[in-house]
Each structure stands twice: as C-alpha cells, then as structure tokens.
Design a protein around this ligand. Structure first.
Ligand code: SF4
Length: 338
C-alpha cells in the first residue's frame, strides 16, 4: 500500500499540506527509512511567522527539504540570503531559477535579528547564486556574519557559500568576517557535474575549500555530497580522498530526493548500512567529523555536526563581545562597527 512519507498526526496548515502533497507525488516509492515528520506544530508556525514578518527566506522551504518538520519543530532553520531566485539551474535543486531582484541591504540585520530572537547557538546561512553581482554576494555574506556577531556574540556562524565563480577576492571578503565554519558543497562526483550542476566545476569547488583553509586556518571547512544520482561507491571514495587532501574538516553525505516531478530522477536509494560504511571509510581518511545517513543534509543537525553536541572543536571565536541591540547598531543596512 502506498503511504505518505509523514509520521506526524498534527494538523498541518495549508502551505505545509501543499508541501506534503508535492513530496508524496515526487516520492511515491520512498523506502521506509526515509519517513519524516510532517511539518506542523507550534514551533513550525512560529518560525514561519518570524520569516514572513522579517521578509526572510529559508533554504528549508525554498529547497523543499524533507527535514523541515524535524528542524523547525526544534526551532532551527537555515537562512537563505540574497533573495529567493538563483542565477543557476542545478538539476537537483528546487530553488527558483531566473533573474534575481536588487540586493536587499537591510537583509543582514534582519537575519541577525531573527537569529537573536530564535536564540540559536549555531546559525547556518546560505544563499542563492548571484553570478550577476561583481562579488557574487560575498559582501552581503560578510555583513550578515558581522551583524550576527554583534547581536549574538555567543552564537557560532556557519556559512554555506556558492563558488563565487572562483573569485578569490570574494572568498576573502567572507573569510575576513571570520565564520567558525566555511561550508561549500561538492554535491556530486566529477563525472556527473555536467548533468547535475552544469554551471559549476569540481576543481573549482575543491579550490574554494583549499583557499578558505589557507586564508583562515582557524575556521573549520565542510562539504556535502548527495548520493542516489548514479555515482558509484568508488567515485564517492575518490571525492572523499580529494576533500581530505584539501584539509576539509567536516563531511556530510545524504540521499538525494527529487523535490518535484520536474527534477532529476533518483537513480537509486542507498541503504542505511551503505551510509554507515561510507562514514567508516571517511573517518579512516582523517575527517574530524562525518555525518552519513539517508536524511543527512548539509545543515541537518549542523549544531551537533559542528561540535555543540560533541563534534570536533567548537568555541565561538568572538564570545567576548558584548551583545548589542539593533537600535544601538542603527538602521538595518548600515554597517555595524568593526
Ligand atoms: S536540514 Fe537544513 S535545510 Fe533541511 S530543514 Fe533542516 S535546517 Fe532546513
């Protein structure tokens, strides 16, 4: 019998219900280990209201992440800055492609305010690709990190960045803001890049991670891969070796799930035992922390991945700053004091 992949019996709101229907249509044969919680409940609604009030986007919603019921019920989310329209068209990603709007210079302050209101110990911030901008949006990333520091100095910051078309100066803008974790996803094996992420390059992604570590040896670097797109185990292990050779600290591996019927097909569902074996092999290669499982996503339980729950090393690098109020910082869009 075909069943919906949701376990919760809480009554969903309209948006959540539409989301559930889409996910069920996209995954009619989903194996039992991919069952997830229905997105609903008080915390879910509270976060939705906060995001709408502050005109913010999350990758949880825009990318139709299957973990949204779990993460949002725990009060965590991943912010997606620089708008909700991406200049690239990766075949696995549900974020809309098109011509983005103008840059919202007030967004960094509003993201920081939301992080403060949510009381996050660890904040994960990502973005769409903005290839039409001279710095690829790196300046807005840096400003968002600085605002977060000033409003929530005890909060550690992880940025999941695009490749900025390989622009070293753009990467330096981000690294100069000193995120605790610099995350850039490899996503898939090199053979599948043209099919899965045609506007990206495997070597370029490795270079982003290598340069980030060279620019700030005190930051942890992190990368994620999806499986289920047709890659082989040997190809995956070769990518793990490349990442380890470039001193990447944290690796996550999860099952690709087709977000809508229009996206790339799932070639196969990897079994939980295979994920466990991949984790063992990766740990042998020297990664400080590895998460590998069907529902693992780059930002899933990122707080634990990064160390709040016993991961590799974790200490807010600027915890001696005094928290300040938004009023003291001036109007959103103004640069906080360095
Ligand atoms: S795994 Fe990441 S993107 Fe998915 S719901 Fe959780 S925080 Fe959001």
């Amino acid at each position: 019998m075909r069943s919906a992949p949701w376990e919760s019996f809480e009554r969903p709101n309209g948006r959540a219900m539409r989301y559930a229907v889409l996910m069920t249509l996209a995954h009619p044969q989903r194996p039992p280990w991919l069952k997830v919680r229905f997105p609903a409940g008080g915390n879910y609604q509270r976060l939705q209201d906060l995001m709408r009030d502050q005109s913010l986007h999350t990758v949880c919603e825009e990318a139709r992440c299957p973990n949204i019921g779990d993460c949002w019920s725990r009060g965590t989310a991943t912010f997606m800055i620089l708008g909700d329209t991406c200049t690239r068209s990766c075949g696995f990603c549900a974020v809309a492609t098109g011509r983005p709007g103008t840059v919202d210079t007030g967004e960094p302050a509003r993201v920081a305010l939301a992080i403060q209101r949510m009381g996050l110990r660890h904040a994960v911030i990502t973005s769409v690709n903005r290839d039409e901008l001279e710095d690829g949006g790196a300046g807005i990333f840096a400003e968002t990190i600085r605002w977060t520091r000033r409003l929530s100095p005890e909060t550690t910051v992880e940025v999941l960045i695009p490749d900025f078309k390989g622009d070293e100066a753009a990467l330096r803008l981000v690294m100069d803001a000193c995120p605790e974790i610099l995350n850039h996803n490899t996503e898939t094996v090199p053979r599948l890049y043209a099919h899965v992420r045609p506007q990206a390059g495997y070597e370029r992604s490795l270079e982003v991670l290598r340069r980030a570590k060279a620019m700030d040896a005190g930051a942890l670097t992190k990368s994620s891969l999806m499986v289920g797109l047709g890659e082989t185990r040997d190809e995956l292990l070769a990518v793990f070796r490349d990442l380890a050779a470039n001193e990447v600290d944290i690796l996550t591996v999860g099952q690709y799930l087709k977000p809508t019927p229009q996206h790339l097909d799932v070639v196969r569902y990897w079994h939980p035992d295979e994920f466990a074996e991949l984790k063992e092999r990766a740990l042998e290669m020297g990664f400080k922390h590895v998460e590998s499982g069907p529902l693992v996503r780059s930002s899933y339980h990122a707080e634990e991945q990064a160390g709040h729950g016993g991961g590799p090393r974790f200490r807010p690098r600027f915890a001696n700053l005094e928290p300040v109020s938004v009023v003291a910082l001036g109007a959103p869009g103004s640069e906080p004091d360095a």
